[in-house]
Design a protein. Structure first.
Length: 326
């Protein structure tokens, strides 16, 4: 199944953000250089269980490679987890009616050369194109209220942040770099550890006193033109932004009646990897939603959100992220 607009390789993506994001995305974002930062915290990549356990109470969720042994953060634990189940219903926002500013925080373990910076900027531009194609239904499935506008890129040299995993180092990084409010998507890129492709937090209202944790951390090479193989077409950020808008994984809850709290995503007993056409892990009606952005299949397999997911994201935006409805 076709997953998105054709991307003919890294050399053809320099102006990709302008294709679907509209005039607001054409302006060149401010790129600033952050001086090398020293930190007492060290990477905990060798201890995935301890690092991920530190995140359980924060209602986060991850996407990981099929070879990863990491325990992913669990959105269902913690005293406020039930608040993310059945959301308050609002009138559905019109397709394309919300434009979300996106700020990329690029971390590295060395000062990037002009060539390396130019490559990141091409990848980020292509990533924005993928986000807008995916959330507008151009790749398949439902059109959603959300469009994405590149609002800035900054660069930080910090080896510990570059290989970050969930935990103390992540908190230090975000405390230093986070910008904007509940309507701004902060994206932190690096060579993240534990075999994770990325992770995100559900809307920040329940992270009392820790609003800066809001956002997405993801593998830099998962962006279009990256080196992450079958995970390098840009769907990691599409997936994690879904969590940022309160979507669960399609396999949340397994074959239970509530599943992911979206009625039109068929029940799925466990995550699917690669692209197992015809997989059917539950007795409930419908094949496993392997083409849904919220499963774990490879990027070339993912191509759609459902109408129910679009409605849930619309409700979550109005309830959690739009101050006018807070």
């Amino acid at each position: 199944m076709s997953r998105r607009l054709a991307l003919p390789g890294a050399l053809a993506i320099a102006a990709a953000a302008a294709i679907t994001a509209g005039p607001a995305a054409v302006a060149t974002p401010a790129a600033t250089s952050t001086a090398a930062t020293s930190t007492a915290a060290t990477s905990t990549a060798a201890q995935p269980s301890a690092a991920v356990q530190d995140c359980l109470e924060l209602f986060s969720s991850a996407r990981k490679r099929d070879t990863s042994a990491a325990e992913e953060p669990d959105v269902t634990r913690g005293s406020g987890a039930k608040a993310y189940g059945v959301l308050k219903s609002f009138p559905q926002l019109a397709p394309g009616s919300v434009t979300v500013p996106v700020v990329f925080h690029v971390t590295s373990d060395h000062v990037l050369t002009p060539t390396e910076r130019a490559r990141y900027e091409r990848m980020i531009a292509a990533q924005m194109d993928v986000m807008n194609a995916s959330y507008s239904g151009q790749t398949g499935g439902a059109d959603t209220p959300f469009r994405w506008r590149l609002a800035g890129i900054d660069y930080t040299v910090n080896p510990a942040w570059y290989t970050v995993v969930p935990g103390k180092t992540e908190k230090a990084m975000k405390a230093a770099l986070h910008t904007g409010d509940s309507r701004t998507l902060n994206v932190y890129t690096g060579d993240i550890g534990d075999g994770l492709l990325g992770w995100a937090y559900f809307p920040k209202d329940y992270n009392s006193g820790r609003d800066y944790l809001d956002g997405v951390v993801m593998l830099d090479e998962s962006m279009p033109g990256g080196t992450a193989g079958k995970y390098a077409l840009g769907d990691t950020l599409v997936h994690e932004a879904g969590h940022w808008l309160s979507l669960y994984h399609t396999f949340q809850g397994g074959c239970t009646w509530s599943n992911d709290f979206v009625a039109d995503t068929p029940a799925e007993a466990h995550p699917q990897f690669d692209c197992p056409v015809g997989a059917d892990s539950c007795d409930a009606p419908g094949l496993d939603p392997i083409h849904n952005f919220m499963d774990y299949t490879q990027d070339s397999c993912m191509d759609s959100f459902t109408a129910g997911q679009a409605k849930r994201m619309s409700d979550a935006w109005q309830y959690f992220r739009d101050p006018a409805n807070a």
